[in-house]
Design a protein around this ligand. Structure first.
Ligand SMILES: C[S@@+](CC[C@H](N)C(=O)[O-])C[C@H]1O[C@@H](n2cnc3c(N)ncnc32)[C@H](O)[C@@H]1O
Length: 234
């Protein structure tokens, strides 16, 4: 019998996380980062080079990526901050990751969340995972307008259109709201933007999801330049 891990998590958060992890073990795909295996390798390559002090996520949903980041953060005595706008998901995430010591969960709009976090972390070394998608208001541009003032930060944006490979899926809600370079142009004066240097097929064509990685720091851009799985866009 197939267990629906999403449904299970809604009713029994901890058991649901266990089911997600068991499925990841069987399939060999991570239970976080949109289940993207190659993306996890990229994250590990980034993480091996940069000593992050904070891991920040927008769009907690069930807390799956939050949980993974909490493990990474623990090894470095770093902190995780995640934000969810939906009350029900926030409640579920409280159950999946709320008790983890280094995790702070916030209920509300991601842009307000990032603004309020600025005073505490903007001068620190941050990994930020932007994944607050799926509602009528797409906060991406406003999120980036806050993050442009965090000078030691690496940002990963999920569901992003990869310009040179449409085999990677991306989010497009209408003609205006499409997660792509055109949409974020002007929202960030980043020193560098990167896309996967591998083909979507390497992820498994049917499930490959696009992303981009942005560095707000020239020094970190030099480090990202060394990662062979990333291709510099600008
Ligand atoms: C794709 S899911 C996130 C998945 C999660 N990051 C993970 O990797 O498991 C997107 C989540 O963002 C939330 N969301 C959408 N707009 C938001 C906003 N403006 N602020 C905070 N959360 C938002 C949605 O309610 C949804 O739970």
């Amino acid at each position: 019998m197939m267990i629906d891990a999403e449904k299970l998590t809604r009713s029994y958060p901890r058991l649901g996380v266990f089911a997600h992890r068991a499925r990841a073990f069987v399939t060999g795909k991570p239970y976080f980062f949109n289940r993207q295996r190659m993306r996890l390798r990229v994250f590990r390559d980034i993480s091996a080079r940069i000593l992050f002090e904070n891991y920040v996520e927008t769009g907690t949903y069930l807390g799956l990526t939050t949980r993974f980041l909490a493990g990474e953060a623990k090894r470095r005595q770093a902190s995780v901050y995640s934000c969810e706008i939906n009350d029900d998901y926030y409640r579920i995430a409280k159950g999946t990751v709320g008790a983890i010591e280094n995790v702070s969960l916030h209920c509300g709009n991601s842009v307000d969340f990032l603004r309020s976090l600025s005073a505490k972390v903007s001068e620190e070394v941050n990994f930020v995972y932007l994944d607050a998608h799926g509602r009528s208001y797409l906060p991406l541009r406003d999120e980036l307008l806050v993050l442009r003032n965090w000078p030691k930060t690496v940002i990963m944006i999920d569901d992003f259109k990869v310009p040179h490979d449409e085999g990677f899926g991306w989010d497009k809600y209408d003609e205006e709201r499409e997660i792509c370079m055109r949409y974020i142009a002007g929202s960030i004066d980043s020193t560098a933007i990167y896309f996967p240097a591998y083909e979507a097929a390497a992820e498994g064509a049917a499930i490959a999801r696009g992303y981009c990685v942005i560095s707000t720091s020239g020094r970190y851009a030099d480090m990202l330049d060394e990662i062979s799985l990333l291709r510099r866009f600008k």
